[in-house]
Design a protein around this ligand. Structure first.
Ligand SMILES: Nc1ncnc2c1ncn2[C@@H]1O[C@H](COP(=O)(O)OP(=O)(O)OP(=O)(O)O)[C@@H](O)[C@H]1O
Length: 291
């Protein structure tokens, strides 16, 4: 693959409980610069553990028992994430690889205005940016994620869940990261808000050029937004293909089962819609190729 931004090799993670849980088993995955990689699989298959392992957010009893993750900067150097510690690691997480998790919106401090929480990212990580510029950046960021900058003075409880999650996305994008890892970022939101936010992310990705790892058990959603999809089962990646191929010609039995578990995807002409375009009539319907 040309120009990877993230290279995960033979990553294995155990939870050191009794009996030991082998949550991630020998996973290798490469994320290309600017691509959206979907990570699908049932609850408990190890998706979050993998994301936390890559970003080094795992806590005991979790233990990385093998493999490594390399980040390739657009400036041309590589960083072994296993070798970052303390301050370096914290800075890396905002600066290069940012994350948005399902409950992220609840991690906003309820007694601090949105503006101050956003500004804090700059004060901490970009101390050389002066106050005026910081304020401008915060307004720009909110506008970018579709929130009226007039809400900068609001407290989190004055915003809806969708708005708060957008604020978290704005924060994740504040330092212009090269990778955005999103673990069920919209699951707690209603479907309309979920769609709006996903469209926003797709648009921002095109505008800013970051790559996205999008984690969810919602395969239909991944088919819409991903360039490639990795299907995970019991800690392993069992299939990895571009979204259309995965949908039209899945090779692994488990992928077929997963596709079949979403009634909206079955039928002779499925609802595969990406970037507003219908599946090509030449593309075989998935059910025809399933053996
Ligand atoms: N703290 C823990 N101690 C022991 N086992 C754990 C712990 N956290 C997770 N696991 C186990 O590790 C496996 C992978 O869990 P993980 O949360 O990564 O899966 P997931 O695919 O992200 O699931 P979900 O979609 O429900 O978040 C599961 O079997 C889970 O029970």
């Amino acid at each position: 693959m040309s120009h990877p931004v993230l290279e995960i090799s033979s990553m294995s993670v155990d939870y050191l409980v009794d009996p030991v849980v082998h949550a991630v088993r020998d996973v290798s995955l490469t994320l290309a610069r600017g691509e959206v990689l979907g990570l699908a699989g049932e609850s408990g298959c190890g998706k979050s553990t993998l994301a936390y392992a890559v970003t080094r957010l795992l806590k005991p009893p979790a233990s990385i028992v093998g493999g490594r993750a390399l980040f390739h900067s657009r400036e041309g150097y590589a960083i072994d994430l296993g070798e970052l510690h303390g301050e370096e690691l914290r800075a890396f997480r905002w600066d290069k690889v940012a994350m948005v998790f399902q409950g992220a919106m609840n991690s906003l401090n309820p007694v601090i205005r949105i503006r101050d929480q956003l500004e804090d990212v700059f004060t901490t990580h970009r101390p050389d940016v002066d106050k005026r510029r910081r304020r401008e950046r915060c307004a720009e960021l909110l506008t970018r994620v579709g929130v009226d900058p007039g809400r900068l003075n609001a407290y989190p409880h004055e915003l809806s869940g969708g708005m708060r999650q957008r604020v978290m996305i704005a924060m994740a994008l504040a330092l212009d990261p090269q990778v955005l890892i999103m673990d069920e970022p919209t699951t707690a939101l209603d479907v309309v808000v979920q769609r709006e936010i996903l469209q926003e992310i797709t648009r921002l990705r095109a505008e800013l050029g970051f790559a996205v790892v999008f984690i969810t058990h919602d395969l239909p959603l991944l088919l819409e937004i991903s360039d490639r999809i990795a299907v995970m089962r019991e800690g392993r990646i069992v299939e990895l293909a571009d979204a259309r191929t995965l949908y039209t010609a899945p090779t692994h039995e488990y992928t077929r089962q997963l596709l079949d578990s979403f009634p909206s995807l079955t039928g002779t002409r499925g609802g595969f819609v990406r970037d507003g375009s219908q599946a090509s009539p030449a593309a075989p319907a998935r059910t025809e190729v399933a053996s």
